[in-house]
Write a protein that binds this ligand. Sequence first.
Ligand code: SAH
Length: 391
Amino acid sequence: MNYPVIQLHKGKEVALKRLHPWVFSGAIKILPQNINDGDIVKVVDANNNFLAIAYYATGSIALRVLSFTEQEINVDFWKNKLKKAWEYRKHLQIMNSKTNVFRLFFGEGDGASGLIIDYYDGHAVFQCHSYGIYLQRKLIAAALIELLNDKIKSIYDKSNETLPKQFADKCKNEFLFGSITDKVIVKENNHFFNIDFINGQKTGFFIDQRENRQLLQDYCKNKMVLNTFCYTGGFSIYAAKTATEVHSVDVSAKAIKLCDENAELNTITNNKSFSVDTFEFLKNKENLYDVIVLDPPAFAKNRNSKHNAVIGYKRLNTIALKLIKPNGILFTFSCSGVVDKNLFYNTIVSAAIEAKRNVKLLHYLSQPPDHPVTPNFPEGEYLKGIVLFVE
Ligand code: SAH
């Protein structure tokens, strides 16, 4: 194994010793010459003791660990990583007779920073969030095929939109294996969804809301439901099964088209879709809804936009809380990593105060186990949800 060696300053090995998978650029003492973005390197402490195998990136997070033991990064390495992730999900029976869509690999939570793989009934969609992982994509694809063979119908790499800007241009989205000839229709808790992973947002579907959608269904019996930021109708389809009527709102006309298709696919006739901005839709609305879902895109993509994000969440939630019917239920979410649980909770509380509504806290929600959070990487917890009873 002949990887270039990167030495850290004395004391800067502490985070790695605690198995945190990142090293910031300021921790590096000796950087070999001619090192390039994405190169696999060996990381050692100030006394040359082995710490980790990682990949290098220019920027503030300079190293992302792939292994805390000294080993070569080859097909077998990836096969072991993927096997562990697959076995974990098998153990939890995430894929079962009712569900064939799940996140197969979740970055640091599964032990490889920057790698996302979603599984749509045999179609795997990769999103690489760093160039180092992107350079590994063919090895990862080969490992996945070896591991799952007949369970893999195609592998599509959709990293163009998730890679840092300077790499995006040279990295076109493409099939790494197989292709699709027909619509991809998946099953989530026995609800059917048409997945357009090539043109859709992210990898095609927001798999992380699976358990929260199921919970919503229980609250919708004979209710008027509003699902804002509905995308392709994940929450709407579940809600419509028990609700009197569901209104689905998304600014994207493409998403609304798929939402309507998904309603049809599930023989749902009590959903009405609106392709319009949520804030516009909510303007001057009468108190029509018993249940409201707010699942906006991340208002904060980084620390600098945290303050504005909080203002955005407060504004949105205040509007919804003002117009929800008495004894209503609010499902409200934030997927901004930098807005933590406490901050989100406090923001929702202050929205309730501003809306002059008394609320009771019914549930704290998060991401499901196929988006694992580990103690060494608490940053992996990004999805927060709060369910309120609104008096
Ligand atoms: N709840 C969805 C995922 C939401 S993703 C699900 O379960 O699948 C966020 C969605 O918000 C995207 O579809 C995006 O098109 C939409 N969006 C972004 N800004 C919006 C706005 N101002 N008004 C309405 N929709 C918006």
